[in-house]
Design a protein around this ligand. Structure first.
Ligand code: FPP
Length: 237
């Protein structure tokens, strides 16, 4: 199977905000603030290129362990984005979803998430998933628990957060680390993994284009051989 030139679903770990700020002798949170610009630019570029689903990791289940000031700042950033960005996303035909254990978030945040999801539910341009208080292990555990409660443990994958979406074709992690960090553990089974050293606030259109060019050159085999992929055997009849 040829890799589609444009990935249908891109998942992104936006790493390097803290270092971006520290290199400028700024507090770490200044990097997160700047990171929001890079998110906006990525959403625009993904829409323009015809990407169907974009998933960004804004806050992991483990990020609660950061210093309390940084956790509050990230939560405020989310709240502010919900207040200020949703209308613009809606007018650009973006379907907005938050994925994760949202029950642990503030009441106003949860209300705004519900409103934003309802407002944009029938948009068909780009589906933007923002992972908040999300962890791949949490997702598998909650799916198993729901499947068991429904008496059909084997069907657990239907209860995963992304069950109605294609698996990511391309995973991007900025910031130089080469790890998954408990992101989409189940869904990344056959995803192409792209790592770059660029710190997230510096990840602009040129860096995105580079990631897409790298992806377009991959041969996706899904367990088959290169020969099978390049010369598919004609089926009888
Ligand atoms: C990792 O960089 C980044 C995060 C934990 C937060 C990412 C959040 C944003 C970019 C803001 C997005 C906001 C919305 C509302 C979508 P790091 O802090 O681990 O950087 P470091 O590795 O340099 O310390």
């Amino acid at each position: 199977m040829e890799a589609p030139v444009v990935p249908r679903h891109i998942a992104v770990v936006m790493d390097g905000n803290g270092r971006w700020a520290q290199r400028r002798l700024l507090p770490r949170v200044a990097g997160h603030k700047q990171g929001v610009h890079a998110v906006r630019s990525l959403i625009r570029a993904a829409r323009e290129r015809g990407v169907e689903v974009l998933t960004v990791f804004a806050f992991s289940s483990e990020n609660w362990q950061r210093p309390p000031d940084e956790v509050s700042f990230l939560m405020d950033l989310l709240l502010r984005a919900l207040r200020e960005e949703v209308d613009k996303l809606h007018s650009n035909d973006v379907r907005f979803r938050v994925v994760g254990d949202v029950g642990a978030l503030g009441r106003e945040t949860q209300q705004l998430i519900d409103q934003a999801q309802a407002l944009t539910a029938s948009n068909r341009g780009l589906c933007l998933n923002v992972a908040v208080n999300y962890g791949g292990r949490w997702d598998i555990e909650q799916a198993v628990a729901r499947a068991v409660a429904a008496g059909d443990a084997r069907a657990f994958a239907h209860y995963l957060s992304f069950a109605d979406q294609p698996d990511p074709d391309l995973f991007i992690r900025t910031g130089g680390e080469r790890r998954i960090s408990n992101f989409l553990l189940w869904q990344l089974a056959y995803t192409e993994l792209y790592f770059c050293d660029t710190l997230w606030p510096d990840f602009g259109e040129a860096e995105f284009a580079q990631a897409l060019a790298w992806f377009a050159a991959r041969e996706r085999r899904f367990g088959r051989t290169g020969e099978q992929v390049r010369e598919p055997v004609a089926l009888p009849g």
